[in-house]
Design a protein around this ligand. Sequence first.
Ligand SMILES: *Cc1c(COP(=O)(O)O)cnc(C)c1O
Length: 378
Amino acid sequence: MTLSIKDQNKLDAFWAYCVKNQYFNLGYPESADFDYTILERFMRFSINNCGDWAEYCNYLLNSFQFEKEVMEFFARLFHIPFNESWGYVTNGGTEGNMFGCYLGRELFPDGTLYYSKDTHYSVAKIVKLLRIKSRLVESQPNGEIDYDDLIKKIQADNEQHPIIFANIGTTVRGAIDNIEIIQQRIEQIGIPRDEYYLHADAALSGMILPFVDEPQPFTFADGIDSIGVSGHKMIGSPIPCGIVVAKRKNVDRISVEIDYISAHDKTITGSRNGHTPLMMWEAIRSRSLSDWQRRIKHSLEMAQYAVDRFRVAGIDAWRNKNSITVVFPCPSEDVWKKHCLATSGDVAHLIATAHHLDTSKIDRLIDDVIADLNAQAA
Ligand SMILES: *Cc1c(COP(=O)(O)O)cnc(C)c1O
């Protein structure tokens, strides 16, 4: 099995392209400052984590022992006793959200899922796949859910078992729904705590909030029932992945015994990536708490630097508290394309991911945006 010279050249060209563009990303939340070369030797094995890492599996090439330690880490991070939690390494934030919504729907089969207009596009798809009744809720200008509209819609629907999809860091504006207010307001209208479900979509901010001085409420101690985080965003990974953590008692309700794999099936997919748990394990084992704090502080400072520079130039840029996402008026197409920015309506954003060690890329972008917006205004 060998490749032709032509095909080898094609791969070499792609290699050079990847090296050149390794740190290009300023518009999306993917961090590029990772190094998993220590794991490269495992690429020769068909590692498959199908089933539950907590149980025996007939398929010997699994990385369950590493996945277990990853889940221990996240249970601690999200303030739930490990033995009361269950979760796994997913294919990404979307799968984690789907798992959370699935648990909510199994708990409350007739419940309606409420999510704000700023929610990630994956949720509309999840709602269709799971056939959950759903309601779109208005957002506030900063991207946070409109609490009045949420309560108004729950009451209008006469919904007794709402399933709340809370954003812990929205995709476009980095906004955090206040789950303390959500819980207070729901309980004020007479729905007790065990009659509704609360999932936290923390794709990006789930790895920011645990390491800041004044986090908004987002953990199990604060009242969530499940949480999804992306592994390829704040943590960084060459293969998209994620983490989901839920309450064990809710997961047990969906668990099915499978004789073929001699294990319990409770995950969305069958075969599961066995390499990404190794990467997540390496990422958490190689950094101390203060390493994470320093890395996140750096990103937050870079984001604030960008806000300040824009503002000095008279451009209305801003960011939400504890967010590395900087929102500003959308520049012309040639500017946002040149810098691979994500745009939404009349805004664009940059995300101060951790691989931006200095301000050079951010400065180039800001220079272009300032020149462009000033030219538009003139
Ligand atoms: C990125 C993102 C997702 C989806 O995560 P994937 O890892 O891309 O599947 C979900 N929610 C939010 C808020 C996101 O930013």
